[in-house]
Design a protein around this ligand. Structure first.
Ligand code: PLP
Length: 404
């Protein structure tokens, strides 16, 4: 059977528009398509393959755990779920953990928990969720509604109510909107899909203060910024602001699907027996892998290495910007960086991404005006330099072919 990109059009839902090649295998930061063409991957599966593609540790752990126990459901508890919870507890000082399969499910659970908490503590009037324009929290109906991109939640019938969207990084708008009705504030420390836009320290501190003032729960969506991506295990550490509920997913599974909700014993107590659940959540096979990934990414040495690579990535992107004249700004946190295209390239991020893939380098976009970079956290510095050279050549070629 011949599999090509055309096969996608013949058998898949058309809600994605993938690039023209079909990926067949990968190792480290190199990806190969069905034709054998090699690509240098600066996307790491949108920040999921934190240790690169097919890391040894995942191969080893999958092999070992798949002989012990793969699945048993939450009618029973298994040792790997508990080991992962204890490991996270030791690293984060959160007290209670709930495991799901994706970022959206983690946020869905966090939002439900915040609503239930407010319902129990203050009554049903306290139901307002505050979130931010351009925020992204996943694709379940509740999470797209809390997300700040209208186009993702419209056209599906009546949306869940009592959700207010405010401009991001706007302290005055926040102070004006928060009230005794507010039950939760949900925010990404760096808006990822929405434009690689870091929250300011002032904004984060205001979120904490406003939430405390009205007894609302502060929820950080660290699905993308978590798990060493920004140079600390979680991004909140760099702000000195601790959320009541932290959600994460993406990089913690080393390529496998897992989502996590972390909070205090007191808050978690409002999810009593029967209030929430997940068939696959806490799956021992995935938890065994996440334990190993956490061990690697939470060491001081590893985090220091991420910080060094992040600085290098940022500096080299600025150089590429200077040499090509295509970027107005390079911004982000750690190994999550965005290159903002100059106005004359507005709307061309998708075209550029495709062109670069043809050139052998894989990048992401964040909307039409931003190229997004989220390489593996352990990418070799020499490979990163090589990737930035390739990127620069690709961009210069793009300019030549498409424009001036
Ligand atoms: C990717 C992402 C999500 C959604 O995660 P899924 O695993 O796709 O459900 C939620 N929030 C943020 C910040 C993300 O980057």
């Amino acid at each position: 059977m011949k599999i090509t990109r055309k096969t996608f059009d013949e058998c898949m839902f058309p809600c994605y528009n993938p690039q023209d090649f079909v990926i067949a295998k990968a190792k480290g930061v190199h990806v190969y398509d069905t034709q054998g063409k090699e690509y240098l991957d600066l996307t790491s599966g949108i920040g999921v393959n934190s240790l690169g593609h097919c890391p040894k540790i995942i191969e080893k752990t999958l092999k070992k755990q798949s002989r012990r126990l793969v699945h048993c459901s939450n009618v029973f508890i298994n040792d790997k779920t508990l080991e992962l919870a204890l490991a996270l507890k030791a690293k984060t000082q959160y007290e209670r953990f709930f495991f799901v399969n994706s970022g959206a499910e983690a946020n869905e659970a966090a939002l439900k928990l915040a609503r239930r908490y407010a319902y129990d503590v203050a009554g049903e009037e306290k139901d307002e969720i505050i979130a931010f324009d351009h925020g992204f929290h996943g694709r379940t109906f509740f999470t797209v509604s809390v997300g700040g991109q209208e186009k993702y939640s419209s056209g599906f019938g009546p949306r869940p109510g009592a959700i207010t969207h405010l401009p991001f990084n706007d302290v005055a708008a926040l102070k004006a909107a928060v009230s005794s009705k507010t039950c939760a504030i949900m925010v990404e420390p760096v808006q990822g899909e929405g434009g690689v836009m870091p929250a300011s320290a002032e904004f984060m501190q205001a979120l904490r203060a406003c939430a405390d003032e009205v007894g609302a729960l502060l929820i950080f969506d660290e699905v993308q910024t978590g798990n060493a991506r920004t140079g600390t295990l979680y991004a909140y550490e760099q702000y000195g602001v601790r959320p009541d509920i932290l959600t994460t997913a993406k990089g913690i599974g080393g390529g496998l699907p897992i989502g996590i909700i972390m909070t205090s014993t007191q808050i978690a107590s409002h999810f009593g027996p029967g209030t929430h659940g997940s068939t696959f959540g806490g799956n021992p096979l995935i938890c065994a892998c996440a334990i190993e990934v956490l061990k690697v990414i939470s060491s001081d040495k590893f985090l220091h290495g991420v910080q060094e690579r992040a600085q290098l990535l940022h500096n080299l992107l600025e150089k590429v910007g200077e040499h090509t004249g295509m970027f107005s700004e390079v911004r982000g946190m750690g190994m999550l960086q965005g290159a903002i295209l100059k106005p004359e390239y507005a709307g061309q991020a998708g075209d550029i991404m495709r062109f670069l893939a043809g050139y052998g380098v894989l990048v992401l976009t964040a909307g039409g005006n931003i190229l997004r970079f989220a390489p593996a956290l352990n990418i070799k510095k020499s490979t990163l330099k090589q990737a930035m050279k390739l990127l620069e050549q690709g961009l210069l070629n793009y300019k030549q072919v498409k424009q001036v």
